[in-house]
Ligand binder design. Sequence first.
Ligand SMILES: Cc1cc2nc3c(=O)[nH]c(=O)nc-3n(C[C@H](O)[C@H](O)[C@H](O)COP(=O)(O)OP(=O)(O)OC[C@H]3O[C@@H](n4cnc5c(N)ncnc54)[C@H](O)[C@@H]3O)c2cc1C
Length: 389
Amino acid sequence: MSKRIAIIGSGTAGLQLAYSLRKDFDVTLLHYEEPEETRRGRIQSTQVHFHPTLQRERRFLMPDTNDAPSIQTIHFNVGTQKLFVGRLKGAASSVDQRLAYSTAMDDLRRQGLRFRNGRVSRNELASMAESYDLLIDATGKAGPLVPFPVEAGLTPFQTPQRKCIVGYFKGVSPVEPEGISITVMPGIGEMFEIPAITEQGRVTILFIEAVPDGLLDAFKGIKTPQDFAARMESVLQESFPEIYGRVDLDRFSLVDEVAFLQTAITPIVRRPYLMQSGTLVLGCGDSVILADPITGQGCNTASYCAEQLYETLLAHQESPWDEQVGIDYWNRARPYVTAVTEWTNAMTGPLPEHIGQMLMHAAADQETADRIVHWFEQPSTAHEAFFRR
Ligand SMILES: Cc1cc2nc3c(=O)[nH]c(=O)nc-3n(C[C@H](O)[C@H](O)[C@H](O)COP(=O)(O)OP(=O)(O)OC[C@H]3O[C@@H](n4cnc5c(N)ncnc54)[C@H](O)[C@@H]3O)c2cc1C
């Protein structure tokens, strides 16, 4: 008989796990939002999936959104100075999670995957443990549901390092060649401009990472979409004149009433395995590896770990599922998680001098520009550049 797995949470981690595990195991996906609720809900991310993540999604036959803008480059600016345009090794894309998650859930349901609707509570886990061989906590930043121990060495902060301010807009002409544009404003934060696809068509995501209480932390108390759009317009005019120059003021508006978000994240890494009432519980995604989105890696890390979890379970298909399986999973994922976490945390502080020099050098050297941009596809190369000289 196939081993029984409960995946709790239907986000980036839970969905990729459901696609990968459904052939070899008896999988139930526990979720509390129906696809229609997700589709109509508030945005939660800017969700750039870099090439390795897209490859994993193809490997597990996840739905493709071919009409998403193909992100081939990253433009890098400091203040009003354009430094360079680096080329990614493979195309990336940003598909509105509301669209991607609801499409994948509908697809899995059509394919006969078992779903159970309802928010799983911490109290329920002991009784659930009796019915399954494995519980996977993929509850995102609302989680985790079990007390996975904190990895203190990878968890240096007690408070958020940035305020995250995001809107999906119409009426902004893309940068050329089309890609992501990053503008670093030393001491006050960053702006990320990302071409994306939503149910209503293409949009430009404007994502401010504001140092708390600095000049870009200018959205306090804003509640309505109209006020949000108006404030974004004035921030662009004051601090990002190049973007403002590409705004068509007659068309500039949020793509829908809930296409904006304000949040702040305290990064935290937890050891992603635990025995609960004799049953193994594994964590995957933000429930165990939660990072500030400054490097756009949360989905990519969730996808990487989901693949490692899948490989671990295949390797242990015939043996009992106990703590050793958790140890093997963490041993596989840990080097990547360490690299992405240490790099991401470093990006929220002042950039080291040698990285500043490398960015300046990239302005005159395409190979260096491409190497820097590749950090986002392969975080171990970023870690190497930052820490191993
Ligand atoms: C502003 C911002 C921008 C970002 N930009 C990027 C980016 O460009 N690239 C990138 O890679 N990452 C980005 N991220 C991070 C990325 O969005 C997350 O890392 C990723 O979505 C995590 O996936 P997940 O599956 O762990 O969690 P989620 O996608 O949050 O999914 C969690 C799921 O669990 C469900 N759930 C929660 N609790 C329960 C429960 N008790 N019972 C049942 N179900 C439950 C939820 O409904 C949801 O479906 C960004 C994050 C933020 C905040």
